[in-house]
Design a protein around this ligand. Structure first.
Ligand SMILES: Cc1cc2nc3c(=O)[nH]c(=O)nc-3n(C[C@H](O)[C@H](O)[C@H](O)COP(=O)(O)OP(=O)(O)OC[C@H]3O[C@@H](n4cnc5c(N)ncnc54)[C@H](O)[C@@H]3O)c2cc1C
Length: 504
């Protein structure tokens, strides 16, 4: 089925996505699973062969599972086991924890990779969906909106100009997003604007260096050394006042900066480029039929490796909401208006932490560095990633997990919840005499699970809860303690999914 039974034509789509980077292709894969007619448009021909991201977290890996691309991703990923912050002498200041074994999302908490390889998996995934059309070498240059949809102006770099019609438009068009300018180009600036040199090297043989990421908090030259896989390493090196940005990327200068780790003859410099790391959050993520996602909506310094992860989270948040908005137009406005308010504080929390971590690493004053090192060693700090709460939106209830991502349960038959849920809401029920029969509350949009495995059973018992209701993206809609509150929650959920006429 394509397009939820509405007529579409060669130039008319349910959703048009501007930008076929990781955010846009992730969204197109999710919408393709829903059978939607999607146009994904990029000015480039093929994948950008620029290695930027090297790390994702377990929640992002879970998103790839929801796209049914996890097996292919595992072919190009390496699980990460540790990250250390060290002082100028190499002594450990801070250790990232929680990296052993499978994490709460059912995946390792960290994976390392080469971004073009990840993007190739996402691109290949699109071929599974005849209703998804990738339009390359085509620039989006303008738009107009009316009550029924959006008309885009396309500039096909071979065939000239043509229009394209869609019900909804998502700008996944990166840091210089044109779609963001259509929403009112305002942002919140969290204050980081530091220039760094980024170098990727392909090795002849593995180097005798740590097999984990090391943040060198060396005031003489702050740097990050990243083990991507045995034959690929990344170095990110802070640029200092005195560095010449015109010549710093010349091979002789790059080798000089890398000499503490690698020498010419041990590998090839694949790429050296300078970046200014920003920390920005757009103020307007959605208006009517227009939305933005990924770097178009936020930019973070890469100290936590979270930019691409945030873009994939945006896509997952939007994916089920757009599918439902197209299925139930009465629900569309309310549902889509929650996208920005939910995602903004979540993305901001990671960016603010990345800025804070950057401030620890980027100290260049010797006396300040001594003070920082003493403070961190005295505190014996372990460092863990946050699990931020979504802003107000499609979740309710006062339990602290509401609006947070929940663990992915493994069911007693060994299957993982997301493989069974298939992008539906889920009610995970406790084993209690007052628990309703799962079949009695399951609907087309909600799967009730009578036994979601030991970990969930233990969690529900600990909370004295009758059920936890999860959204298709794994975030908690509500926690219910008795049948009355469960029925009120299911009615509220029905209101969100069907629109005001259903509640009224
Ligand atoms: C040095 C560095 C290290 C990083 N490390 C990490 C990391 O370890 N982990 C992590 O999660 N993130 C990391 N990131 C961030 C990550 O690379 C980005 O967040 C991610 O690539 C953003 O994806 P996107 O799809 O939103 O945008 P992009 O990848 O920028 O894609 C946007 C696409 O839109 C297209 N486009 C733009 N305008 C138009 C138009 N008008 N018409 C048609 N097409 C258009 C462009 O051609 C492009 O293909 C890093 C970034 C850098 C620079």
């Amino acid at each position: 089925m394509t397009s939820l039974d509405r007529p579409t034509t060669a130039d008319s789509f349910d959703v048009a996505i501007v930008g076929a980077g990781p955010t846009g292709t992730a969204l197109a894969n999710l919408l393709g699973r829903h059978g939607l007619a999607v146009a994904i448009i990029d000015r480039n021909d093929g994948i950008l062969q620029i290695p930027r991201a090297v790390h994702i977290d377990g929640e992002t890996m879970r998103a790839f599972q929801q796209m049914q691309l996890h097996r292919q991703m595992l072919q190009v990923f390496r699980p990460g086991h540790s990250m250390h912050w060290v002082d100028a002498s190499g002594e450990t200041l801070l250790v990232r924890t929680g990296l052993e074994g499978l994490g709460p999302q059912g995946w390792h908490n960290d994976y390392y990779f080469h971004q073009p390889a990840l993007e190739q998996v996402l691109r290949d995934g699109l071929a599974r969906y005849p209703s998804v059309q990738l339009i390359e070498r085509t620039e989006v240059t303008g738009h107009s909106e009316d009550a029924e949809g959006v008309t885009l102006s396309l500039h096909d770099l071979r065939d000239g100009r043509r229009p394209l019609r869609c019900r909804y438009l998502v700008g996944c068009d990166g840091a210089r997003s044109i779609v963001r300018t259509w929403l009112g180009d305002e942002h919140e600036d969290l204050g980081e604007h530091q220039a760094w040199l980024v170098v990727d090297a392909v090795l002849d043989h593995p180097l005798p260096l740590p097999e984990h990421t090391v943040q060198h908090c060396d005031p003489a030259r702050p740097a990050t050394s990243i083990y991507v896989h045995p034959l690929r390493r990344r170095w990110e090196i802070m640029l200092l006042p005195g560095d010449d940005l015109q010549t710093i990327t010349e091979p002789a200068n790059v080798w000089r900066l890398l000499e503490r780790w690698i020498k010419p003859g041990q590998g090839e410099l694949e790429r050296a480029a300078t970046y200014v790391f920003h920390s920005l959050v757009a103020r307007h993520w959605q208006r009517g039929r227009l939305m933005i996602a990924g770097d178009a909506a936020h930019q973070t310094p890469p100290f936590l490796g979270q930019g691409l992860c945030a873009g994939v989270r945006d896509s997952v948040n939007l994916g089920w909401k757009l599918a439902q908005a197209l299925r139930a137009p009465a629900a569309a406005a309310a549902l889509l208006s929650t996208y920005g308010p939910e995602r903004t504080p979540h993305a901001r929390e990671f960016i603010a932490l990345a800025v804070e971590v950057g401030r620890i690493i980027q100290v260049t004053d010797q006396a300040e560095a001594v003070h920082r090192d003493e403070r961190l060693k005295a505190q014996g700090l372990k460092f863990a990633f946050p699990t931020p709460t979504l802003g107000a939106g499609v979740h309710r209830g006062s339990h602290p997990v509401c609006g947070k991502v929940f663990m992915q349960p493994q069911l007693p038959d060994g299957r993982w919840l997301d493989d069974v849920a298939e992008q539906r809401f889920c009610a995970l029920l406790a084993e209690r005499p007052d628990a309703p029969a799962a079949a009695s509350i399951s609907t087309a949009h909600l799967l009730a699970v009578a036994d979601a495995g030991d970990a969930t059973r233990a969690w529900l018992a600990e909370q004295g809860a009758l059920a936890i209701i999860l959204r298709p993206d794994g975030y908690v809609f509500d926690v219910c303690h008795d049948t009355q509150s469960l029925h009120a929650t299911l009615a509220a959920l029905h209101g969100w999914l069907a629109g005001p006429s259903a509640t009224g």
